[in-house]
Write a protein that binds this ligand. Structure first.
Ligand SMILES: [Zn+2]
Length: 312
């Protein structure tokens, strides 16, 4: 997960001593000198921490937690919530209008939705999601980055708080036998040709909402764990939510990400395989499986019957 550039700059401005390095760390995904195997040394202490993201989610091990209630999404239906789309050189990031926020979902308070960005591999052929589920890696992953509303956008406080940020992760899989679907993703991907070089951006015209981009996902079913930013400085400040349903997008649109935007100017390499590999496992929780209490009752009844039968 990438923080907003603004966030990184603000972090540096606010706390030179503790976090000043976070926007000056020359990290990368693929070069020998700055790739992810070097992050633990070039971005210590966090990138070599003990609650790092992403992780492989082992569905069988997810613990049931009745506190993981439904989210309330504010502004997600607005067709003017998306502001600027930017090529950061590490991802494609889209800013969100203020007033876009989430609450519920087992979070301790409301969080402001700041931006979303994407991780991908190399087309649909080489998957590039960050989280994996039972070892399965998806073609792409979308991250919505949210900051505790009570911190009023003070990002130095957010990254210093073990739950200062809430990230929503959506896995993206190929929608087979279609082109240019869904419409919202066709529109989003159409901006890529305007931001082929790192540092360039474009204004997103009104017309697509977050709800449109997240269509097909039942947002009441998700995994929850405490983790970190997935890019340096890897701050362990993130409440992670990974939704069980994937977003389904046509192959031709997924392929556009790895064939259109560059990591520098147009003579630099294309942006491919922009994801961190999975880190050490963390405890994961999820909603109680429906009918689990009924099953328990059923088992007890069976046990009772066996006891009675045993006596006969
Ligand atoms: Zn991310």
């Amino acid at each position: 997960m990438n923080l907003l550039a603004v966030v990184a700059v603000a972090v540096c401005a606010f706390t030179q001593s503790a976090y000043g390095a976070s926007d000056t760390i020359a990290w990368c995904y693929h070069e020998e000198s700055c790739g992810e195997s070097k992050w633990p040394t070039i971005a210590a202490p966090f990138c070599n921490g003990t609650r790092q993201s992403p992780i492989n989610i082992v569905t069988e091990n997810a613990m049931e937690d009745g506190n993981l209630t439904e989210f309330t999404f504010q502004g997600y239906g607005s067709s003017s919530a998306l502001t600027i789309i930017e090529n950061t050189g590490k991802t494609v990031k889209v800013g969100l209008r203020s007033g876009t926020k989430i609450s519920g979902g087992g979070l301790s308070e409301s969080y402001d939705s700041l931006q979303f960005h994407l991780h991908w591999g190399n087309g649909t052929a080489v998957p590039g999601s960050e989280h994996t589920v039972d070892g399965k890696q998806y073609p792409m992953e979308l991250h919505i980055v949210n900051s505790k509303s009570s911190l009023n956008g003070n990002t130095s406080l957010a990254v210093a708080d073990p739950e200062g940020l809430a990230a929503l992760g959506f896995l993206i899989e190929e929608l087979p036998n279609t082109e240019n679907q869904p419409d919202s993703w066709k529109t989003l991907a159409s901006y890529l040709s305007n931001i082929t070089e790192a540092g360039t951006n474009a204004t997103v015209a009104a017309g697509i909402s977050l709800d449109d981009l997240l269509s097909g996902v039942n947002r009441t079913n998700y995994y929850r764990y405490l983790g970190s930013l997935t890019t340096p400085a890897c701050n362990e400040a993130v409440v992670w939510t990974v939704f069980k349903d994937p977003i389904r997008v046509s192959k031709n649109l997924i392929d556009l990400f790895s064939t259109t935007v560059h990591i520098g100017n147009t003579s630099s390499p294309l942006m491919v395989n922009v994801f961190r590999r999975v880190q050490a496992a963390q405890p994961v929780s999820t909603q109680p499986r429906s009918g689990s209490s009924a099953h328990a009752g059923y088992s007890l009844a069976l046990m009772g019957i066996s006891l009675v039968m045993g006596r006969v």
